[in-house]
Structure formats: C-alpha cells, structure tokens
Design a protein around this ligand. Sequence first.
Ligand code: SF4
Length: 149
Amino acid sequence: MEKILVSACLLGDKVRYDGGSKLSNHNKLQQWLSQGRVVSICPEVAGGLSVPRPPAEQQGSRVITQQGIDVTEAFQNGAVIARNLVEQHQIRYALLKANSPSCGNDNIYDGSFSGQLISGQGVTAKALTSCGVRVFNEHQIEQLAELLL
Ligand code: SF4
C-alpha cells in the first residue's frame, strides 16, 4: 500500500517552534495512520533544530530567525532527510503543514515577520516537489485522498 510523508506536527507531535502541534483529526488522515501508510517527519527537528526554537522565515534563498540568525543549513539538512525517506519508501505524495518555511506547499511568510503570506514553497516542500513528489497541505486532504489507491 502506497505510503505518504506527513508533517509530524499534523500528527500531534509537539515539534513546532513554539512547542505546540497542529493536530489534524481529519478522518482520512486517521484512516491512513491505522493502515500504517504514514511516514512522519519534522524537517526542522530532523535537521538539528530544537523545540522550542525561534521563529524563522525565508528571506530570498536563506532562512533567518527573527533575531537574525541564519538557520538555512538546518533547514536544508531536514530537506535532505525528507528526500531520503521518500526514496526509501518510494513515496509519491506528501501531506505537509501549510505556510511553514519548511513544509508550506503553496505559500510561505514573506520574511518580514509580520504575518504576510506570499506565493512560494518551504525548503522541504520545494525539495520534494523537485524530485517528483506531489505535496498537499492540511486543507487539501480530500484532493490527496482522491489520488491515493
Ligand atoms: S517543520 Fe514542518 S513538521 Fe516541523 S513543526 Fe514546522 S510545519 Fe510542522
């Protein structure tokens, strides 16, 4: 049965920058979990960042915290680990948290830390898309479900 890469915070893991989660109780996600199809990752934690951690946003090709620390390398490390998981499990679909600088598939924050969204992808979402994975967010679970066998 085809596996799906899922953001750990959507599964209730307290891995967000603020120490919280973004649990999704969507019945399709619960079904995929019970079927053993879910491969979980938090790219930022996998890449070496702690919980909690300072919020970060993309600024051009870099990822910078609100305090001005460059955390691009950790974000890239997380993306590499996600890509490795995808290859290992032959994954074609991912369900990632919307708007995250790692996981966002359609939008990201604009780098001004003012809550302004722009079109763009998080570092991991972009890396997965570039190797052929179709990335959905938690508001697009029904669309993903239609594609899954
Ligand atoms: S990096 Fe992705 S999985 Fe980790 S907390 Fe942020 S949105 Fe969730």
